[in-house]
Ligand binder design. Structure first.
Ligand code: ATP
Length: 325
């Protein structure tokens, strides 16, 4: 009930009367009053005016299923949302839920992660109540070889989601990081459970630094948060909603062709590496070149002395010649 009342308050720009809430949800005045009080206890500022009704003045930066459901405007993502105060990793939990049969579009969110994951066994710093730690469960009918492009789809969704809620102009560091002022504000990790020719499920994990005011020494020089960059808090539930909405839009375009042909131009527009000198940390032999954008299949095009090489994200990392970008 609390989630429905919260959603109704949010939908209304002005006041909504207690009577209307009672009628809309078929509950008593006391039930409405109780829900409003519970919301106030959670930190919502709700104004109550005689003969007018209730109006939401401000919302705390809370994450829980109620909060997430009440801001939801998506079509198919998050019809089922699992929220946990603490998880090992949202990708791990999403994998478990997918094994148990969770539907396409299920959203897993955590308040903090104790073993947040980066690529190739690296970690993702995930302190309590500071970030967005979310994973989408997908069950697309695609060839397993096309799945890694979903990381790039998610990267575009995050760029647009952040831009919708802040004044920032985030860029993408190919393939899976989002940067602001050349520092990393978000990482994306796509993992797949598949047979040779059949995808069981894919989990797309997104970690965004939102309210962080500081970082551990090891990543202090490469990491930043939305708070540090814009000097004010961004509501995490609203950010999750914005990212999910954008993801739906880009995912649809991706599914039409099962590659990036309909979104690659936009991706390249946000690519921080575009026309920049990059260092490709290929485990066989590192090399340098100029990044010329990505292909319809999400490979990075690198010009090395006039010779074009296509780099797949799998086993390599990309750095700037003098640092992280
Ligand atoms: P690659 O270019 O291969 O993706 P990467 O260093 O960006 O390399 P990821 O797997 O994308 O690797 O991210 C994990 C790395 O990000 C960690 O090893 C650490 O250096 C850094 N990191 C960890 N937590 C955070 C965080 N909250 N914000 C920014 N950076 C982080």
């Amino acid at each position: 009930m609390r989630a429905e009342i919260l959603a109704a308050l949010r939908e209304e720009s002005g006041y909504i009367s207690g009577q209307e809430l009672c009628e809309r949800f078929g509950v008593s005045r006391t039930a409405v009053w109780k829900s409003i009080n519970q919301l106030k206890k959670q930190g919502y500022e709700i104004e109550a005016v005689t003969n007018k009704g209730y109006r939401i003045v401000s919302a705390p930066d809370l994450l829980n299923e109620n909060e997430l459901m009440s801001v939801q405007k998506t079509e198919w993502i998050g019809k089922k949302i699992y929220y946990y105060d603490v998880l090992d990793s949202t990708n791990i939990q999403a994998g478990r839920l997918a094994q148990e049969g969770a539907d396409h579009g299920t959203l897993v969110v955590a308040g903090r992660q104790e073993a947040g994951k980066g690529r190739r066994g690296r970690g993702w710093e995930s302190p309590a109540d500071t970030g967005v730690f979310m994973t989408l469960i997908l069950r697309p009918e695609i060839e397993p070889g096309n799945a890694s492009m979903l990381t790039l789809v998610a990267a575009l969704a995050v760029v647009k989601g952040i831009a919708a809620l802040t004044q920032l102009k985030p860029l993408i560091k190919w393939p899976n990081d989002i940067v602001v002022n050349k520092k990393k504000v978000c990482g994306i990790l796509t993992e797949m459970d598949a047979q040779i020719d059949y995808v069981n499920h894919i989990v797309v994990g997104i970690g965004i630094n939102v309210q962080n005011r500081e970082f551990p020494d090891e990543i202090d020089k490469i990491a930043t948060s939305l708070y540090l960059e814009c000097g004010r808090k961004t509501n995490r539930a609203a950010l999750i909603e914005a990212v999910c909405e954008e993801f739906e839009r880009y995912y649809e375009k991706y599914m039409e062709t099962q590659d990036l042909s309909r979104i690659v131009e936009e991706y390249n527009h946000f690519l921080i590496n575009f026309n920049q000198k990059v260092r490709i940390l290929d485990p066989r032999e590192p090399y340098e070149g100029i990044a010329l954008g990505v292909t319809n299949r999400g490979e990075l095009i690198v010009d090395t002395d006039g010779k074009r090489r296509l780099v797949s994200s799998g086993e390599v990392s990309v750095r700037g010649v003098y640092g992280y970008v």
